[in-house]
Design a protein around this ligand. Structure first.
Ligand SMILES: Cc1cc2nc3c(=O)[nH]c(=O)nc-3n(C[C@H](O)[C@H](O)[C@H](O)COP(=O)(O)OP(=O)(O)OC[C@H]3O[C@@H](n4cnc5c(N)ncnc54)[C@H](O)[C@@H]3O)c2cc1C
Length: 387
């Protein structure tokens, strides 16, 4: 007889481990299947920011920004060793598309959406510009400082997975989901581990396979609903150098897109780009054009720093399809269920920052078909420890 679970989660990125934690904490028998190692996908290729997303204000995503800012505060509280407050600087040049008034208005709204508790901002006086890590001051009109947070995406994913395991979730890496079939009370799930095909039964199935979300859905019978979406590749480069004051949010010279230049493990992380991607998610890689674009943004703002690329990596965003350019597309997570009383929930898109809230939402929907169990903790209070 095959094993039986309340919830099986497919995918060991931040969203998958988040759901496994939320499920185990609610007292459910939980299994997570990861084909490779934890955080091998998008969850190791992010900008590593725990933030509301200042730029999403430009496309009017107030709800997303407010929710992410709330989650930022929760993560700062429950994961103090993994998420740290950082100063962010926005330089405004004569050539910038965004004026000082525009940025100031955005920062005011950002503070308001944060509940006014944290995230204050200030205009950095010109006399202090020389202390900004060698930031180019030619044509510089203004500099704003505001507060946000940075994390280590891989370490955060592992910490949430450990927490899930402490509450009894079985986390199986090197285990590939190969198919699921609907039966009376849920799904019969098949997976491959060390070359052997195994199976289990589950009342609820969660597809948290990020860029593989459609591939995973194609292995479920009967065929569940689909959501038209695009995969959008984003590249980062790592270069030698250091930033002692914090993080910089600059406009890339050719198209005025916002690009982050961040301190990262004693070096610099610059990103990101956006390009439609239609290939195999496992094979996404930076292009020479993307690398040159990011080197250009770095050189334009920090002419004294090296632009020699030590490392580069690309990740894939899952963006539900809609009109407009990629930059303006909603980053809000979409949960797609197989039926009004859902047994299968697929996670499309979302933010590293909001993983906890997304997981709670998934579980709120699945609980309609799960047995009553006493909750054992609250993920908004459960401390996450460094490994
Ligand atoms: C360039 C870029 C920058 C970003 N920066 C930020 C940021 O600074 N802050 C922020 O909040 N968000 C950011 N994001 C968003 C954030 O990184 C993602 O929302 C998040 O990492 C997605 O996690 P996930 O678990 O959905 O997907 P993934 O991390 O990709 O995990 C999916 C997992 O599923 C596994 N899998 C696939 N198929 C199978 C199978 N058949 N069986 C078993 N396992 C399978 C994969 O191996 C993978 O580990 C960024 C995204 C990108 C692309």
């Amino acid at each position: 007889m095959s094993a039986s679970y309340d919830v099986v989660v497919i995918g060991g990125g931040i969203q998958g481990v988040g759901v496994a934690q939320a499920s185990a904490v609610r007292g459910y028998r939980t299994l997570l299947l990861e084909q490779n190692t934890l955080a091998v996908g998008t969850s190791s290729r992010s900008s590593k920011l725990v933030h509301g997303g200042l730029r999403y204000l430009e496309s009017g995503r107030l709800r997303l920004v407010r929710e992410s800012l709330r989650e930022r505060e929760i993560l700062l509280r429950i994961a103090p060793g993994l998420v740290a407050r950082k100063d962010f600087f926005i330089p405004i040049y004569a050539s910038s598309r965004r004026t000082a008034g525009h940025v100031r208005a955005g920062l005011l709204l950002y503070r308001l959406l944060a509940g006014g508790s944290v995230g204050g901002f200030e205009r950095v006086p010109p006399r202090a510009w020389d202390s900004l890590d060698g930031l180019d001051t030619t044509g510089l009109k203004a500099v704003f400082r505001y507060g946000d947070a940075q994390t280590d995406d891989v370490a955060l994913t592992h910490a949430v997975a450990r927490s899930a395991a402490e509450f009894g979730a079985e986390i199986r890496t090197g285990t590939r989901f190969v198919g699921a079939e609907r039966n009376g009370a849920g799904y019969e799930v098949r997976y491959v581990r060390e070359g052997a095909v195994m199976s289990c039964e589950t009342s609820g199935l969660v597809n948290a396979t990020g860029p593989w979300v459609a591939q995973t859905l194609s292995r479920v019978l009967p065929g569940p609903p689909r959501l038209p979406h695009d995969l959008v590749a984003g590249t980062h480069i790592i270069t030698e150098g250091s930033l002692s004051r914090g993080c910089y949010y600059v406009e890339a010279p050719p198209d005025h897109r916002g690009v982050f230049i961040l301190p990262w493990r004693g070096r610099l992380l610059t990103g990101t780009t956006e390009r439609l991607y239609t290939g195999d998610p496992a094979l996404v890689a930076p292009t020479p054009e993307e690398i040159a674009y990011l080197q250009g943004a770095l050189a334009a703002h920090f002419p004294g720093l090296s632009t020699v690329v030590a490392e580069s990596f690309a990740g894939l965003r899952v963006l539900p399809r809609s009109g407009g350019n990629l930059n303006a597309r909603s980053r809000e997570v979409v949960l797609l269920a197989d039926a009004p009383l859902p047994r299968l929930i697929s996670i499309f898109g979302g933010k590293l920052t909001a993983y906890r809230r997304t997981a709670e939402r998934v579980m709120d929907r699945l609980k309609l078909v799960l047995p009553e169990r006493p909750a054992r903790a609250d993920t908004s209070r459960l401390m996450l420890a460094m490994g």
